[in-house]
Design a protein around this ligand. Structure first.
Ligand code: MG
Length: 315
């Protein structure tokens, strides 16, 4: 009797599924729910219980590290004095004071962002935050073990649009250190040049190597004669086309592939090399579960509310 009860208990446990140790990243805070890369979105992600805040950074003309996705303000997002801007406007050409006057709290009605995220609740009057402001918010409202996945947004194909990799990486590291969150911060980039700088000047900060091998973005460029300009001088073909092997050679910590690029074989290879694998951007509950069961270490999502339901993580 006792044995059969024990067996039933075990079976009940199995049917409920094992606890999955998959970190949930709130992508741009909680982009599906609130205006991306704003304090309201990060506050919501914290309230929903994410493990990691994912965010993007740029630098103003006066050297302030700010949180937004593109090197330029988008006419789909930005209003100045209540009027939508009519052309992209480079952050690099604006002071922080000028940028602070821009409202990014609502997607332009009828624009692509509004179309893609119909459930996003506008918060009019919301400025682009600084990285320091996001970290300060998290210090007050977040748990002590909340982590930060901080992306440097720059492109080797458009060097005039942003700060150079060295200046950019040093500025981001300085903000992380000023907030005292070195051990809870990850710096990520598609442009691996900034990650080399971080590895060099701040080995205590983890690095995450973003990749996509798609027709809309391919920063790996396997099988091509030259090295990809995105990989900081490294030619992926010297590693048999293996991204995990390339990252391991750089002593990186995390591989962050587009989720549809990831195969179980590549995941295993990454884990065997001691890397974590955090995939982006997964918004479907079924796909989240499949990836968690495949064994990914983190899922980056626009909908952390969906992820916390779909993926029972370690908390
Ligand atoms: Mg990002």
């Amino acid at each position: 009797m006792r044995r059969s009860l024990t067996l039933l208990t075990v079976l009940a446990g199995l049917s409920a599924g094992p606890a999955l140790a998959t970190d949930i990243h709130g992508h741009r805070g909680a982009r599906g729910l609130l205006p991306e890369n704003t304090l309201p979105a990060f506050r919501e992600a914290i309230a929903l219980g994410v493990d990691i805040l994912e965010l993007d950074t740029g630098m103003t003309a006066d050297g302030v590290v700010v949180v937004l996705h593109d090197p330029a303000l988008s006419p789909d997002l930005a209003r100045i004095g209540g009027t939508w801007i009519d052309a992209p406007k480079l952050i690099r050409g604006m002071t922080h004071a000028e940028l602070h006057a821009v409202d990014v709290g609502r997607a332009r009605p009828g624009g692509k962002i509004a179309e893609r995220f119909p459930d996003q609740t506008p918060v009019d009057g919301t400025p682009v935050p600084t990285l320091a402001e996001v970290l300060a918010l998290a210090a007050v409202e977040g748990p002590d073990d909340l982590r930060f996945n901080i992306e440097t947004k720059l492109s080797p194909l458009a060097p005039g649009e942003t700060a150079d990799p060295d200046t950019f990486a040093r500025a981001v590291v300085a903000v992380i250190r000023a907030a005292g969150v070195e051990t809870r911060a990850i710096v990520q980039s598609f442009d691996w040049r900034t990650l080399a700088v971080v590895r060099h000047i701040a080995p205590e900060i983890r690095t995450s190597y973003l990749t996509a091998e798609r027709n809309w973005l391919n920063n790996v460029q396997a099988g091509r004669p030259d090295a990809s300009p995105w990989l900081g001088g490294l030619d992926i073909d010297d590693f048999g086309g293996s991204v995990p092997r390339a990252i391991a050679s750089l002593h990186g910590d995390i591989w962050s592939p587009y989720f549809r690029d990831l195969t179980p074989e590549a995941l295993k290879q990454a884990h065997d090399l001691g890397l974590e694998v955090h995939v982006w951007t997964v918004n479907d509950a079924t796909q989240m579960k499949e990836l968690a069961e495949m064994g990914v270490d983190g899922i980056i999502t626009d909908y952390p509310n969906v992820a916390v339901e779909a993926v029972r993580h370690k908390n």
